[in-house]
Design a protein around this ligand. Sequence first.
Ligand SMILES: [Zn+2]
Length: 315
Amino acid sequence: MLTRRRLLYAGLSLATSASFEAAFPAPWRRDVAFSQTLTVGGATIRIGIGRGDLAHDAIILWVRRAAEAVAHYYSRFPISSACVLVLPSSGSGIHDGTTWGNVGGSPAFTRIRVGDQTTQKQLDDDWIMTHELLHTGLPSLPDQNHWLEEGTAVYVEPIARVQAGQLDQEAVWADMIRNMPQGNPANGDQGLDRTHTWARTYWGGAGFCLLADVELRKQTSNRKGLQDALRAIAAAGGNISHDWPIERTLQVADNATATHSLTQLYSRMSSNPVPIDFNSLWTQLGVTPTGSNTVTFDAKAPLADIRKAIFSPLA
Ligand SMILES: [Zn+2]
């Protein structure tokens, strides 16, 4: 199930009065039974675990692994410090991940719930923690551009985990082939800035990122990709603790790759519904599904080198 959300409460916290907060306590303010601070990729990550029946060591390791995948993708963790609040819930599984910029005294704050029946395998297979921490690496964008915040997190999360040796690449391609088409405009849908359904926001945004990655690599003879672009945004200070317009965000990325790829793709897809021809794209990339988690690769496909480069770790 994809219940990926990211809400901005930064403005709310500034505007609230003490009496309002007593009635509606800020979601990042909870009693913590255990806390530990990690250093990952140059960042300080403070983890708090709420009162309940969770194995602290397993939770700390789970957060560390996700943070390491993010730091590996960005070459360092994309923000200098972050806070992660893990709240126990009943049942099994990980859910309700939300990441805010500038709340609770931290430039990045993630709150997430973990069921007290959650197994080690569920923690090992989890994608939500990585998804949430990836949100720290992009500036906070205006509401109509929320699809780019979610799209980058959806697209990058499995790539970061593959590059960190935590996930199998074949399963990721099979998942993309199955899920990406949901992001194409349905009847009556408009451009990405104008239709804010779940499918357009998450998978539409991820489709934009895939297309951007392929376009960038085509235009640079496969020397630069979306990973270079996202690293450049973070290196320029564009993280979740700052509000940036989307135009500035994409311009920083384009400058770093000496292209106009992202700006041009945005002007094409922001206001108008542009369906992506995924079948043709998979054929060009040389990837064919053979089962729910398996694919075959065609080394002679026209974009086979681009397909390989997308998952190859950057220096
Ligand atoms: Zn998200």
